[in-house]
Design a protein around this ligand. Sequence first.
Ligand code: FPP
Length: 240
Amino acid sequence: MRIPQHLAIIMDGNGRWAEQRRLPRIAGHRRGVEAVHEIVTVCREIGVGNLTLYAFSSENWGRPDDEVSALMSLLSHYLRGELKTMLDNRIRLNVIGQIDRLPANVAAVLRETIAKTADNSEMTLTLALSYGARDEIVRTVRKLANKVAVGEITPEDIDETMLSAALDTGMLPDPDLLIRTSGEMRISNFLLWQLAYTELIFSDLFWPDFDRKALLDCLKEFSCRQRRFGLTGAQVKPEK
Ligand code: FPP
């Protein structure tokens, strides 16, 4: 089976999972955290080097206050609870998005976990938090424009490599595979630049039901895909 070097996941359907069971939406998010634990474990086991999870979008701030604060407290609880697992398994935590918009206590536990896991090199777990791809691109363009303004670079220096490196994901390879759960077939402002040549797989399962078997099924499908990057089938070397 071909293992993606970078797997990105849009974890969708927590709310509907809960509503189907007549439970409050937060019960779905709570089960969603258990799914996060399982999927991180499997990815580490099979050698996915980079896993990026869309945990909270810029648009999610518009949800009811009690849901937003419940998600924030689940997140800090998760980080505290998983630190030992991350250290034992040499997993590095990384964040993309506007960490400064998060409540101070959540930003603090994130910064602390990032610092404590910084030397780990087996797998990078990136959480997209208060993340929107258009916002990321705008912030990046502004950053490069400032460099031009102070004479550090010229407009002609700006190319795809420089822009890629200046994005929040600058240290990560582009995703080979994106999975979105819950049957919705949208990108929802996630990694718009980085997904240019990514394989997309949509699973009908709600995120709390997305388990080891579901992930391995997606990876089997990914293994059958031929990635051509705009070339012809005859030009590309078969991937392992
Ligand atoms: C989508 O379900 C899920 C989210 C908006 C949040 C994802 C968060 C978690 C899985 C838990 C916290 C994360 C970590 C990394 C510990 P939805 O609420 O949009 O579901 P719906 O579309 O059915 O309403």
